[in-house]
Design a protein around this ligand. Structure first.
Ligand code: ZN
Length: 240
């Protein structure tokens, strides 16, 4: 075998190992949308994500990382060559920092979702700000980088935290559609029906799911197939 041919083969093999083979029947990731690191707010509570066309969706997963379910979500996404955003809580992120890094190293975006999953409107301003400080510190410790985005637990936004996030240049991420996958005993078909119904109304946008839910991890291959069948195109959200 000539040296050049051997090098070509070695390069091709390395590329194949790094990139899962996804056929035409895979959902895939159609494009990447890179946002500025700035104080902004997107999703139904605020404004539509810029440049998102009808039928384009951003997949996001909240409440992890959780060893029992997050790896199954990563596997389902990798099998379909889909990149998503994970909004992690600080407590599990601190406890499972290696899993948080695994999510990032798989090419997904990581945002924040509150150190504890609190109802912030019921807390004092000082307690809200302490939770944000703990969340940011945990993110830095786990990932060694600066966070760019935040999603409120229960989507319960407060003036105190909205001001603090704006002052820190952090983007607020709301949602446009979901599957209500926090409800108990949801079958894959029930979750798919709910998600398709909400997406039919929103026309696309930011999709909220929960990688901390076993039923969501189990249903995800089916949900991704359903999105593909309906012609939705996945956009990978990143921050510069
Ligand atoms: Zn949550």
């Amino acid at each position: 075998m000539g040296l050049l041919l051997a090098m070509v083969l070695a390069t091709a093999t390395a590329a194949a190992a790094a990139q899962p083979a996804c056929g035409a029947d895979a959902l895939g990731t159609s494009r990447t949308l890179t946002l500025k690191r700035e104080a902004a707010a997107w999703g139904a509570q605020h404004a539509a994500l810029p440049t998102l066309a009808p039928g384009e969706i951003v997949l996001s997963f909240d409440d992890g990382p959780r060893p029992e379910s997050t790896p199954r979500v990563l596997k389902a996404l990798a099998d379909q060559c889909v990149k998503a955003s994970f909004f992690m809580n600080g407590e599990p992120m601190r406890q499972h920092a290696a899993l948080a890094r695994q999510v990032r190293d798989a090419g997904h975006s990581v945002g924040m979702h509150g150190f504890r999953h609190e109802h912030f409107p019921q807390l004092s301003s000082a307690a809200q700000l302490a939770d944000l400080d703990a969340m940011v510190a945990t993110y830095r410790a786990a990932l060694g980088s600066e966070p760019a985005a935040y999603r409120f637990p229960f989507l319960e936004e407060t003036p105190t935290l909205l001001t603090a996030l704006r002052e820190r240049g952090l983007t607020v991420m709301s949602v446009d559609a979901g599957a209500e996958d926090w409800l108990p005993d949801q079958t894959p078909q029930m979750l798919a029906d709910k998600l398709m119904g909400q997406l039919a109304k929103s026309g696309g946008g930011i999709v909220l799911l929960h990688d901390a839910q076993d039923q969501t991890a189990a249903a995800l291959p089916f949900l991704l197939q359903a999105l593909k069948a309906k012609g939705y195109r996945v956009v990978h959200l990143r921050w510069e």
